[in-house]
Write a protein that binds this ligand. Structure first.
Ligand code: 13P
Length: 265
């Protein structure tokens, strides 16, 4: 398996820049205590914009084995877009990843598939790795339309990108009904959709590309649920919300491979 697992913590709108320093320090200690092995998985923190400089400075100074990224990026280059943050600004702060199209942005900021596509285009053009979030709400799940719904979001986000670009993206399947609710999709539910996403990528861009794309699951992930998710063939990592604010819990999640049930990383 050539896809390196990605364990990403989305802090959402929590933790100010002073608290961020404390959280990263505690996480560094916890990763040390739990003997996090950076050859087995990539570990990523995604703080609010205003924390990024503090997080970057600390991680670089103390050589902490963590990558960092942002929760959103503008689709525009620069200019009169009050409140927006450009890809260039994020690169200057050492970000390597950016979340695009999180359900909370689709819901509260009315981000359409078109906007998600534009942001993805811009991030890729600048060299940021997009983590494109997709996933259905409860109504869609109850109607058993979750697979076609999610695949349509994936196709729309990636339309007009080259196969080489698509190979670099990360897709995060986050069923909205499982976010922050304590309701985890079963590993079988998650695999069903993640597997279908990989199948769609193969259909659109070929097997070689689809085998390179990392597909994450997100929604109430905890240390107690990580292994059962990670052993599934098409789940290459997780996007963690609430549990990423607890350094011990998050560090423990990075140890998923200890009980990997036959899947090798
Ligand atoms: P929770 O882990 O808090 O459910 O959040 C998931 C999420 O939205 C990550 O982006």
């Amino acid at each position: 398996m050539s896809r390196k697992p990605l364990i990403a913590g989305n802090w959402k709108m929590n933790v100010n820049h002073v608290e961020a320093v404390g959280l990263v320090q505690k996480l560094a200690w916890a990763l040390g205590d739990f003997k996090y092995d950076p050859t087995k998985a990539e570990c990523l923190v995604i703080p609010p914009f205003v924390d990024l400089r503090s997080v970057q400075t600390l991680i670089e100074a103390d050589k902490i084995p963590l990558a960092w990224g942002a929760q959103d990026v503008s689709e525009h280059e620069n200019g009169a877009y009050t409140g927006d943050i450009s890809a260039e600004m994020l690169l200057k702060l050492g970000c390597s990843y950016v979340i695009i199209g999180h359900s909370e942005r689709r819901q509260y900021h009315h981000e359409s598939d078109f906007v998600v596509n534009e942001k993805t285009r811009n991030a890729l053009a600048k060299g940021l790795t997009p983590i494109i979030c997709v996933g259905e709400g409860l109504e869609v799940r109850r109607a058993e339309e979750h697979v076609p719904f999610t695949l349509a979001q994936v196709a729309a986000a990636l339309e007009d990108r080259t196969p080489e670009q698509v190979a670099k993206v990360v897709i995060a399947y986050e069923p909205i009904w499982a976010i922050g609710t304590g309701e985890v999709a079963t590993p079988e539910d998650a695999q069903e959709v993640c597997g279908a996403v990989r199948g769609k990528l193969a259909e659109l861009y070929g097997d070689e590309v689809s085998e390179q794309v990392r597909i994450l699951y997100g929604g109430s992930v905890k240390a107690s649920t990580i292994v059962a998710l990670m052993v599934k063939p098409d789940i290459d990592g997780v996007l963690v919300g609430g549990a990423s604010l607890n350094p011990d819990e998050f560090a423990l999640i990075t140890r998923f491979y200890e009980a990997s049930g036959g899947k090798s990383w």
